[in-house]
Design a protein around this ligand. Structure first.
Ligand code: COS
Length: 384
């Protein structure tokens, strides 16, 4: 167990209770229907958990990435899809938290802290995924407004969120260096929602296209300065990747728990299958990998919360390692369940489908290795 404070343990307990009492009974429904889990959003709201990572002066609890990870982990133990209503709100709020003005913080953070408004982060485009610098959406200044044109793709919470942080080019001739970050509110004329994706996993979460056509927003919605957008996006991802790692490890913990319970109950050859050493070894590996990943996640979360600046490498390591562990553990959990594991009647096939996305979004694990490799090179160069 990590050295969580009394308050952090209380947050963990609250989130765990929602997960067990409210999410477990409905997760299959949302996985099948692909609907957005508003009833769970209400529960998270009632427990004040949306505010755990928002400073007290803006109506939050005053925690940081550690608290965000604790809640994400606990909710994900029950459902890695439903937990995203919370986790993606954290991601969407991050540019405002990290780089927003006092005015922007005062206007938007209190509404996020109460859960009155969900948020979403919009960087990815049809032709700009791993190559995030290749974005094409433009935001051209016109008097005291910016005019947005373009399409964002695969936006978690798209259509459900009310506040969007959007990266767009204010100077299309300068590529990534011409990018800027903006706040765009739902209902702004020229801003509409496109295709809603039909996904393999995390089906209790909405993934949708955002379309901007001559969409005018006040110039005051610029986050930071023009040209800072790519940096805002990269800093956001440095802080949010531990959240993906927490989601991954939550899913893995749910799968391990289910596998242990099943292995104790399933009788074959006249004894519970857990009596087989081969199976115990599988469970031992699963549990060990989860603990190692958890240690990494809460280490980097503590570094970020302590205000350390160079966290990109560790953050990428946490997301890379935890998501690979989640994929391995959920696959092994299906194996422990055998034929039953492959059936939709049991939760582990869903966990395996949910785990897969954690190796892909907020930067594929190949991109995480690029981030880690680049950091190793620059650290070595600095030592010279
Ligand atoms: N923090 C602050 N600034 C950063 C940064 C970070 N973590 N990473 C890069 N930058 C800055 C660089 O310093 C550089 O600034 P200058 O132009 O002033 O020198 C600028 O950003 C461009 O950096 P770089 O040349 O390394 O960018 P690349 O285009 O090579 O891309 C990767 C870097 C691949 C790491 C980046 O595009 C990435 O993370 N891609 C994945 C995106 C992703 O996670 N998508 C998921 C969608 S969001 S859910």
């Amino acid at each position: 167990m990590h050295n969580f404070s009394e308050e952090q343990l209380m947050i963990q307990e609250l989130a765990r209770r929602i997960a067990i009492e409210k999410i477990v009974p409905v997760r299959e429904h949302y996985d099948r229907s692909g609907e957005f889990p508003w009833e769970i959003v209400e529960e998270i709201k009632k427990s004040d958990l949306f505010g755990v990572f928002i400073p007290e002066e803006y109506g939050g609890f005053g925690g940081g990435i550690t608290e965000m990870a604790i809640v994400t982990e606990e909710l994900s133990r029950a459902c890695g899809g439903i937990s995203l209503a919370f986790a993606a709100t954290g991601l969407g709020a991050m540019p405002i938290l990290l780089s927003g003005s006092d005015g922007q913080k005062s206007k938007y953070l209190p509404q996020i802290a109460t859960g009155e408004k969900l948020t979403a982060f919009a960087l990815t485009e049809p032709d700009a995924g791993s190559d995030a610098g290749g974005l094409k959406t433009t935001a051209i200044k016109d008097g005291n407004e910016y005019v947005l044109d373009g399409t964002k793709q695969w936006i978690t919470n798209g259509g459900e969120a009310k506040i969007y942080t959007v990266i767009a080019l204010t100077d299309p001739t300068r590529g990534a260096r011409g990018a800027s970050a903006f706040i765009v509110e739902d209902g702004t004329p020229g801003f509409s929602y496109g295709k809603k994706e039909d996904k393999m996993g995390i089906r209790g979460s909405t993934t949708r296209e955002l379309i901007f056509e001559d969409c005018r927003i006040p110039a005051e919605n610029l986050i930071g300065r023009e040209g800072m957008g790519f940096m805002v996006a990269m800093k956001t991802l440095d802080s949010s990747r531990p959240g993906v790692a927490a989601q991954a490890i939550g899913i893995a913990e749910g799968a391990l728990e289910a596998a242990i319970q099943y292995a104790r109950e399933r009788i074959q050859f006249g004894k519970p299958v857990i009596a087989n050493q081969g199976l115990q070894w599988m469970l031992a590996d699963m549990a060990t990998q989860i603990e190692a990943a958890r240690a990494l996640i809460y280490k980097v979360a503590a570094m970020i919360d302590a205000g350390e600046k160079k966290v990109g490498k560790m953050s990428a390591m946490a997301k890379l390692f935890a998501s690979d562990v989640a994929m391995k553990v959920t696959t092994d959990a299906v194996q422990v369940f055998g034929g039953y594991g492959y059936m939709r009647e049991y939760p582990v096939e869903k966990m395996m489908r949910d785990a897969k996305i954690t190796q892909i979004y907020e930067g594929t694990n190949q991109i995480q290795r690029n981030v880690i490799g680049t950091a190793l090179i620059s650290e070595a160069a600095r030592k010279k």
